[in-house]
Design a protein around this ligand. Structure first.
Ligand SMILES: [Ca+2]
Length: 404
C-alpha cells in the first residue's frame, strides 16, 4: 500500500464519521468486547440475521490491537495539493487506467448507458482506491469493524458497520474468513464499507452472489449504482481546470460561492487553454486548491457526488483530474507553487490561535485546516493587503506569525 492509499482511506473513514448519526441503543462501546458483541448480535437479529450467523462470525473473535493502533494514529501533516494530486494521479496510473478502460470497454459502456456514469470515472475511483485491484486489504472485516465499534470511540458508526457485515454474511455472499478489507473495513476493488455494500452493491454477472472482490462486473456495477445513488448525473464532469481573468475577485473562489456556469463565463472565466466554458445554467464554484499562484478549477454539481464518496476536496479533485486524463484529456496546465509546504498540526493550531486572538476565528483550535480556518485567513489577508485566497501560503503564515 502506498502512503496515499492509506491517506485516502483515513480521509474516507473520517468523512463517514463526520456525518451525524443518531446513536442506536445497541451501540455500547466502553471496552467490554463480549458484551458489546452481544449488543451488536441483538441488533443484527432484529434486522433479520439469524443468531447462528452472528455466533459463527463472533466465535473466538478477539479485538485486533493493530486496528486500534492504526485508528489512534493522527496524520501529522496536512498534505498540499501538489503532494496529494502528485501521489494519486501518476503517469503510471493514467496509463494503466487507459489500458484497463479499453480492456473492459463493453461492460463499462453498458454500465454508462444504465447508470449514467462515464467509464473514466469508474476507472479513476478504481485506480485511486486500490490501484486497479492490486491492494484491497487483508484484514478480516468483521474483526476490524467490531474492534472499532467496541474498543474505540467510533462506537455508533462501526457498530452499525458490524451489523451490516453480518447481514452480508447472512445473504451468503461469502464467508467471514473470505470477507477481507482495509484495517477500517473498506472492502474489495472499490473499497466499499459494509453499509455501502448492503445499500448499493449489485450482482452484475448474474451468478446470484455479489462479489466485489473477484468479479469486476459486480464491482464496477456496484460503484456505478452507488455513484448514481449519491447524486452523480450524466452531463458535465465533476471539475475541470480553468483560467481566471486578470483581476478576478479572489473572495469568489470559494466552495460557498455558487453561480451558474454562464455567470462565471460572463466574468471572463475560461477553460484552461482558452476555450469557452460550457453554456450551462448548472451551479458551479471556483476553487484554488494551492492558492492564487496555483491552478484554478471550476467545480460542477458532480463534484458534490464525488465528495459523497469521500469527503475530501483533494480526493474529489484527484478523481476529476485522473478521469479526464484516462479519457485522453489534458493534464493540469498550471503548476502549483513550489514553496507550498505541508503544515503540521501544531502549525495549524498556532494559525488558528493567532486568528482567534485577532477576533477573526471563533471555531475550535483543532489543527484541521477546514473552510472556517480558510475564511478567517481570507479576512486576515484582506486586512493586511495580501491576495485574499484563504490559502495558508508561506507568506501568509509568516505575516500572521509576525503579528504581535
Ligand atoms: Ca456476481
Amino acid at each position: 500500500m502506498t502512503p496515499f492509499a492509506k491517506f485516502s482511506l483515513l480521509a474516507a473513514t473520517t468523512a463517514l464519521l463526520s456525518t451525524p448519526v443518531f446513536a442506536p441503543a445497541f451501540a455500547q462501546g466502553g471496552g467490554d468486547f463480549r458484551d458489546c458483541l452481544q449488543g451488536i448480535k441483538a441488533e443484527a437479529t432484529r434486522q433479520g440475521v439469524p443468531a447462528a450467523i452472528a455466533d459463527k462470525a463472533f466465535q473466538g473473535l478477539t479485538p485486533d490491537q493493530k486496528v486500534i493502533d492504526l485508528d489512534g494514529r493522527q496524520p501529522e501533516f496536512s498534505l498540499t495539493y501538489a503532494k496529494y494530486v502528485g501521489g494519486t494521479v501518476s503517469a503510471d496510473r493514467i496509463a494503466k487506467g487507459q489500458q484497463k478502460m479499453a480492456q473492459h470497454r463493453a461492460l463499462l459502456d453498458a454500465l454508462q448507458a444504465e447508470y449514467g456514469v462515464p467509464p473514466q470515472y469508474i476507472m479513476a475511483f478504481w485506480g485511486i482506491e486500490t490501484n486497479y485491484g492490486t491492494y484491497m486489504g487483508d484484514f478480516r472485516v468483521v474483526r476490524s469493524v467490531a474492534t472499532l465499534g467496541c474498543m474505540t470511540k467510533r462506537t455508533v458508526f462501526f457498530s452499525n458497520e458490524t451489523v451490516q457485515a453480518l447481514r452480508i454474511l447472512n445473504m451468503n455472499h461469502m464467508t467471514s474468513e473470505q470477507m477481507r478489507g482495509s484495517w477500517a473495513g473498506a472492502m474489495g476493488n472499490m473499497q466499499f464499507m459494509p453499509s455501502t455494500f448492503t445499500k448499493w452493491a449489485v450482482d452484475r454477472d448474474g451468478n446470484g452472489r455479489i462479489d466485489i472482490w473477484n468479479s469486476l462486473p459486480d464491482a464496477f456495477a456496484s460503484a456505478s449504482n452507488f455513484l448514481r445513488g449519491i447524486g452523480f448525473k450524466p452531463g458535465l464532469p465533476s471539475s475541470e481546470e480553468v483560467f481566471l481573468p486578470k483581476g478576478f475577485p479572489l473572495d469568489q473562489a470559494d466552495t460557498t460561492v455558487e453561480k451558474p456556469v454562464k455567470a462565471w463565463a460572463a466574468m471572463g472565466v475560461k477553460r484552461a487553454g482558452g476555450a469557452a466554458l460550457p453554456a450551462s445554467d448548472e451551479p458551479a464554484s471556483i476553487l484554488l486548491p494551492a492558492g492564487f499562484r496555483g491552478p484554478a478549477f471550476i467545480i460542477y454539481p458532480n463534484f458534490k457526488a464525488v465528495m459523497n464518496w469521500n469527503r475530501s476536496t483533494l480526493y474529489a479533485l484527484s478523481v476529476g483530474i485522473l478521469a479526464r486524463q484516462i479519457a485522453g484529456g489534458p493534464g493540469v496546465q498550471q503548476a502549483a507553487p513550489e514553496d507550498d509546504q505541508p503544515l503540521s498540526r501544531e502549525t495549524v493550531i498556532d494559525i488558528q490561535t493567532r486568528l482567534a486572538r485577532l477576533g477573526l476565528y471563533k471555531d475550535d483550535t483543532d489543527g484541521l485546516l477546514g473552510p472556517k480556518t480558510r475564511s478567517a485567513l481570507r479576512l486576515f489577508q484582506q486586512q493586511t493587503s495580501l491576495p485574499a485566497d484563504g490559502h495558508p501560503s508561506a507568506e501568509t503564515v509568516r505575516r500572521l506569525q509576525a503579528v504581535r
